[in-house]
Design a protein around this ligand. Structure first.
Ligand SMILES: Cc1cc2nc3c(=O)[nH]c(=O)nc-3n(C[C@H](O)[C@H](O)[C@H](O)COP(=O)(O)OP(=O)(O)OC[C@H]3O[C@@H](n4cnc5c(N)ncnc54)[C@H](O)[C@@H]3O)c2cc1C
Length: 404
């Protein structure tokens, strides 16, 4: 049987993980990325237990472990310092007695994933313009004039996905009137002034403030959500430290000390998209933000993108071209309900985070109710779920044959 050839559009964390997963499962996969070089804006991302499990499934767990060290979470606090119980751990790790997460610098995570692929499997400077599918394959067309034919296309091109608009009515991102200040601080500047070893978060008054160590503890990543001041139509922009500090001027002194230690910050609009009616069409499938952009309140965007990669890899292993459309539909069927639940729960969690009227007790209760223990989030095993769906398909095929 000939190896199926896949084009993965987008070299973000989802696209790179998908290419690794497909190659691990016997397909050939090439990543097409519009940027001329793979370089993430300096900021962190938190990989959680379900993301680490997905990385283990594609053989990248130990390499990523070098840049995403385990970090414990301090129980969340109110803006003035009162502690919320660990039952309200918004990270939903399912192990609330030992909430451990794996923060990484995005650039480092991307680099490590890229290193798992042969260099010819990542082609930079390729901006996808359109996808044209016929009975025998899919043609991808790029802004540089190149075009190429593949057996299938994976759209991992993020919240503004061009691939999504090629397989259905384009669904536009929706803003929630919020943005995040983000940035990195050398941890040595904060010795004796702020906690730098654990993930810490403060909630209150339309805002949250989160810090966690990245780059082996050398840097502290800061992400802080505030009402949106970005100009209309702008997705990100440099930020001003003095403006940032004003947003948090009456917050706990530890928060203010972290902002004071920053040299630079940038502003990042926060958007999601309502659940799409479909993620696949024939030989084309969407993954990650292209399929299910979500608000960051459960910290699952990257983690679910990596789950998608694993699910696709397992379901496409050994498939022939005649089975492709069915296997892609299966990917969507296996994943969609869980991911839509996460998208909707992230929106509700965002409202709880930002509700100025909620005191510590009400907040704790509502967060715990939303999380329901958290194991449905971080306990998920994408590989096991996909394998059991595939086994069911095989069993159903056998019983159909036996009944003939
Ligand atoms: C403030 C904030 C904090 C967050 N924190 C977390 C967190 O802690 N944990 C977590 O799991 N998630 C987090 N997220 C969400 C997470 O960042 C996203 O869900 C994740 O990056 C999506 O990955 P992706 O690969 O699907 O898309 P992207 O990362 O958006 O990658 C898409 C890639 O496709 C490329 N591309 C786009 N269009 C084209 C085209 N036409 N042709 C070729 N290439 C193209 C882009 O250049 C990009 O490289 C956070 C988000 C925000 C805003």
């Amino acid at each position: 049987m000939q190896r199926l050839r896949a084009a993965v559009i987008g070299g973000g964390i989802g696209g790179l993980a998908a290419a690794i997963a497909l190659r691990e499962n016997g397909l050939s996969a090439v990543v097409f990325e519009k940027a001329q070089e793979l370089r993430e804006i300096g900021a962190g991302v938190v990989v959680r237990a379900n993301g680490m499990r997905a990385l283990a499934s594609i053989g990248a767990r130990s390499a990523v472990g070098e840049v995403a060290l385990p970090v414990r979470c301090r129980p969340p606090q109110m803006w003035h310092g009162d502690s919320l119980s660990p039952d309200a751990d918004p990270h939903g790790n399912g192990t609330l007695e030992s909430p451990v997460v794996y923060p990484a610098h995005r650039g480092e995570l991307q680099r490590v994933l890229k290193e798992q692929l042969p260099s010819e499997a990542v082609r930079l400077g390729h901006t996808l313009e359109r996808v044209a599918e016929d009975e025998d394959g899919v043609e991808v067309f790029f802004a540089n004039g190149e075009h190429e034919r593949f057996d299938l296309v994976i759209g991992a091109d993020g919240i503004h996905s061009v691939v999504q608009g090629c397989i259905g009515e384009p669904v536009l991102p929706e803003g929630q009137g919020i943005m995040a200040y983000r940035g990195l601080v050398p941890a040595e500047r904060l010795v004796g002034k702020a906690e730098t070893a654990r993930l810490c978060q403060w909630l209150g008054q339309d805002r949250y403030f989160i810090t966690y160590p990245v780059c082996r503890g050398r840097l502290l990543n800061v992400v802080a959500s505030v009402p949106n001041t970005l100009p209309e139509g702008s997705w990100s922009a440099p930020g001003d430290i003095a403006d940032f500090a004003r947003e948090y001027e009456d917050w706990h002194p530890e928060v203010r000390r972290v902002i004071d230690a920053m040299d630079h910050t940038f502003r990042w609009g926060i958007y999601d998209r309502p659940p799409l009616s479909r993620w696949t069409s024939g030989r084309v499938a969407l993954i990650g933000d292209a399929a299910h952009a979500m608000l960051p309140y459960l910290g699952q965007g990257v983690n679910t993108a990596m789950e998608d990669a694993v699910t696709l890899g397992v379901l496409l292993a050994g498939a022939d071209t005649g089975e492709l459309a069915g296997r892609l539909r299966m990917y969507e069927d296996v994943s969609r309900d869980r991911i839509h639940r996460i998208q909707q729960s992230s929106r509700r969690m965002g409202r709880i985070y930002r509700d100025a009227r909620l005191g510590a007790d009400d907040r704790r209760e509502r967060m715990a109710a939303e999380l329901q223990g958290g194991s449905w989030l971080a306990g998920h095993d994408a590989e096991r779920t996909a394998r059991s769906a595939l086994a069911q398909l095989v069993r159903a095929g056998r019983s159909l044959e036996n009944s003939r």
